[in-house]
Write a protein that binds this ligand. Structure first.
Ligand SMILES: [Zn+2]
Length: 246
């Protein structure tokens, strides 16, 4: 079951005290409509019944897809693994379920898309980081945000949408799916099995993982899969239209 609460909010438009509905728990299978609202990025939209003022509410929300065995805890502006750990402790039966904590609805949407595509976000973040580094080098601009949009193993492609500093339109970049397989191998080699604690899997996570891999590689003096992945990303970098997946 999904959990809906009602809370009094003060409208920033007219100052009226009005009740607002908030979904603090979402069961994706029971309420596919709420899943759709996340993917539309309208879940947190709110409209004042008194004056029509529209705003975005930000509140903690736990998204759970039992069938696909993942849950994402949205803690707006303050994604905190410690805070999320309390939730995991309440549900010992959730061992073996991928658990994530995130700070935004956009990131929740990204997690849903990639988990539904059967991908591991830890490996996807690593690929995204490498593609972003290549893009920064070629454009001379800083990447301010990157989001997974599509993975297609049959077409051998994995795609991201990047926002660049000073640019209004996001740019779409795709790279070979083999980069994802290589990243998965690195994840399996360096990280414990998934499904334990809540993890904050974001760009910093990918940077730490990349650094750890690089340090380990220098020590091992072995093959360099992430360099190959970066080269591949560079070689196949294509300026495609911004066909954002809805
Ligand atoms: Zn109002």
């Amino acid at each position: 079951m999904s959990t809906e609460i009602s809370k009094e909010v003060i409208c920033p438009g007219c100052g009226a005290r009005v009740a607002a509905r908030m979904w603090t728990g979402i069961n994706a299978e029971v309420n596919p409509n709420l899943r759709a609202e996340v993917l539309d990025e309208t879940l947190f939209d709110w409209k004042c019944p008194q004056c029509g003022h529209e705003a975005t509410l930000a509140y903690p929300c736990l998204y759970h897809d039992k069938g696909r065995r993942f849950m994402v805890y949205v803690l707006p502006q303050e994604p905190d693994e410690q805070k999320a750990a309390g939730i995991a402790a309440q549900f010992p039966q959730l061992r073996g379920v991928r658990k994530r904590v995130t700070g935004s609805l956009a990131s929740l949407k990204e997690k849903i898309l990639l988990f539904e595509d059967g991908l591991d976000d830890r490996a996807v973040e690593l690929v995204k980081l490498l593609v972003a580094l290549v893009l920064e080098r070629s454009s001379g601009k800083r990447v301010t945000q990157g989001l997974y949009v599509s993975g297609d193993e049959e077409r051998e492609r994995i795609g991201f949408l990047f926002s660049l500093e000073g640019e209004e339109q996001p740019v779409h970049r795709v790279t070979s799916f083999s980069a994802y397989h290589k990243a998965s191998a690195i994840v399996e080699f360096l990280l414990p099995p998934d499904g334990g604690d809540f993890l904050l899997v974001d760009e910093s996570f990918a940077r730490r993982l990349f650094e750890r891999y690089r340090t380990g590689r220098d020590e091992r003096q072995e093959e360099q899969p992430e360099d190959q992945a970066a080269e591949q990303a560079e070689g196949e970098e294509q300026a495609e239209s911004t066909d954002r997946r809805e």
